[in-house]
Design a protein around this ligand. Structure first.
Ligand code: ADP
Length: 590
């Protein structure tokens, strides 16, 4: 009952925990992945905007006359006005790599004009001019992005910055100059700081060499250089064991256990990671888990109570019926069951009691029949024995040896019949509780000796030696002399009967606190463990090929047990097949 009720509860609880954990992990992953793509979009929008600002198309027909220093100055000023993140911008001569115009926000504030520099050795110039040289720079319709340059992040006084460069084209779509600008990246930090991830989660964005460009306010003590962090290296190298699809749980460099997702920002070579301290991210999960566990425990207790109630209601009566059936199996018909459940099981109990009552009557009838039949047989078999003895002894006239031989056989068969009748009468008396014992203080030694001399011819016939070792002195017991003799005849008789070939039988005593125990030990056939359990029941005989030719009724040990118990003693056997048996019975000390 308990199993049926509790097992599904435990399984349901475990499944619920598993699925809640699974779906929680998926939710965390999708929240982090959405946040990361949102932030990547913001970064790209910021960079793209600057690129669009730089991709100038200048409608000039005479380059020297119309693309003058003044025009270039106006264009550059317009540029830094349009995009507050551009700190400096300059036009570079497409052939020489020298700046031809330059504006700087810092110089502008001081009211000064910056000096023109030679940029021919800078990556920005080299990359863009090489791209232009490799293609027909006038005909390209593919769009200017192909020629754009975004440099690695570098740090100056105002923070991280990048150089962005792009060709300037005229109306005929021919490159006439290169426009280069320094872009201040503090906006990236703002983008990182505006990321909301639960109560304590944050994102950080780092450049191509692992230096932090932007990080959320809750990133705590996260170092500014993450180049040695395996997570950063993993993302920058593109190995991607941490991705937006696959979150990882680890202890972040700021010391917090986190659930993290991350990826690289394609096109820029940067990386972005979202870290959500697990204490916060899992708080919902923990609450849910606690609820599931509490709920499961409540159901568990309810199932426990219910199963106890059900057990009492269903299993209790069944156990009573089981006990009743066992009693009937042992021949006890006086133990009716009392089931008061008010349902079919109570009806079953009543039917069971009726059946027991019927069996009891049947048993009584059978006992009576056996008793009467045995009693009625007693007189004729005694008469047969008497008259046959008279004939056999020649008292009724001369008898030939042949007839004598036949009569002896009939006498033997009649003796067995007499024994059976006596046994049956004894069993009938025992069943009716009418075995009579007359217990008095008895010295058992002479009883044993008399029994031994009575059985000696039988033992001698089989070459069996019987050795009796009484105690000195053997204490007296409370017993019925005649009954003890009956018991001894049975047990020693069996010991002789079930010993094949020569052998010895040893009879000895032992005293315990309140009893005298008598042992009858033989070295005969022995009895298996299974048979030992049924040995003292009515009509039980061990059926092996060794016992097949030994006649008996299977009643002797049953009667012996009844007699011993009637005298307040006990009887038991110790035996091993093929090695012999020791039957022992106790009688109370006088
Ligand atoms: P039985 O008339 O068959 O001897 P008992 O009740 O005296 O009936 O014994 C029951 C069975 O127990 C016997 O059939 C026999 O197989 C077994 N048994 C009894 N005593 C011994 C013994 N000393 N050694 C081996 N088997 C025995």
């Amino acid at each position: 009952m308990l199993g049926i009720g509790v097992l599904p509860v435990i399984l349901a609880g475990l499944f619920a925990l598993y699925f809640v954990t699974q779906s929680h992990n998926e939710s965390v992953a999708s929240i982090e992945s959405n946040l990361i793509s949102e932030k990547i979009q913001e970064v790209n929008r910021f960079i793209d905007e600057t690129k669009r600002n730089l991709e100038l198309v200048v409608t000039v027909s005479d380059l020297d006359k119309e693309f003058t220093a003044e025009t270039r100055g106006i264009l550059l000023n317009q540029l830094i006005d349009a995009n507050s993140a551009i700190e400096e911008a300059s036009f570079i001569d497409i052939n020489t790599g020298r700046e031809i115009s330059r504006v700087s926000r810092a110089y502008q504030k001081l009211g000064q004009t910056p000096e023109l520099r030679d940029e021919s050795n800078l990556e920005s110039f080299k990359k863009v001019s090489a791209a232009l040289a490799g293609a027909d720079n006038c005909k390209s319709e593919a769009g200017n992005q192909n020629y754009d340059y975004i440099g690695p992040v570098y740090f100056n006084a105002s923070g991280p910055a990048v150089t962005i460069a792009a060709p300037v084209r005229n109306a005929a779509n021919c490159a006439i100059s290169i426009l280069s600008a320094e872009l201040n990246l503090t906006a990236v930090n703002r983008i990182a700081q505006s990321a909301a991830l639960g109560k304590t989660g944050y994102v950080y964005i780092f450049d191509q060499s692992g230096r932090v460009i932007g990080k959320g306010l809750r990133a705590g003590d996260l170092p500014d250089n993450l180049s040695s962090s395996p997570i950063t290296q993993d993302i920058l190298s593109g190995r991607g064991s941490l991705s937006t699809a696959r979150t990882q749980r680890y202890v972040s460099l700021n010391g917090l256990p986190v659930i993290a997702a991350g990826t690289n920002i394609t096109g820029l070579g940067w990386g972005i990671v979202a870290e959500w301290p697990s204490a916060d991210a899992d708080s919902v999960l923990v609450a849910l888990e606690v609820q599931i566990i509490i709920f499961s425990l409540i159901v568990f207790v309810l199932v426990l109570l219910l199963s106890v109630l059900l057990t009492n209601k269903i299993v209790g009566p069944i156990q009573q019926l089981e006990a009743g059936t066992e009693a009937v199996a042992k021949g006890k018909f006086d133990e009716p069951v009392t089931i008061k459940t008010g349902d079919e099981i109570e009806d079953l109990g009543l039917a069971f009691n009726k059946m027991t009552e019927g069996l009891k009557q049947l048993q009584a009838l059978k006992d009576e029949f056996v008793f009467i039949a045995a009693h009625e047989l007693k007189t004729p078999v005694a008469a047969i024995k008497g008259y046959l003895s008279i004939i056999n002894d020649g008292l009724a006239g001369p008898v030939s040896d042949q007839v004598k031989g036949f009569i002896t056989k009939v006498l033997n068969a009649n003796a067995r019949l007499i024994r059976l009748v006596e046994d049956l009468l004894e069993v009938a008396r025992s069943d009716a509780g009418k075995i009579k014992v007359d217990v008095v203080k008895t010295d058992i030694v002479p009883v044993v000796n008399e029994t031994l001399s009575e059985l000696k011819p039988l033992a001698d016939e089989k070459g069996i030696k019987m050795v009796y070792t009484p105690l000195t002195p053997t204490p007296a017991v409370m017993a019925d002399n005649g009954r003890v003799r009956e018991v001894l005849v049975n047990l020693i008789g069996n010991a002789i009967k079930y010993t094949v070939g020569n052998g010895s039988i040893e009879i000895s005593h032992e005293t315990t606190e309140k009893n005298l125990v008598t042992h009858i030990k033989d070295h005969g056939l022995g009895i298996s463990k299974d048979a030992q359990a049924k040995l003292f029941t009515k009509f039980y005989r061990v059926a092996t090929k060794d016992t097949a030719n030994i006649s008996g009724t299977g009643l002797g040990l049953f009667i012996v047990k009844q007699i011993i118990e009637k005298m307040n003693g006990t009887i038991y056997v110790e035996s091993a097949e093929g090695q012999g048996s020791t039957f022992s019975f106790s009688l109370p000390l006088a």
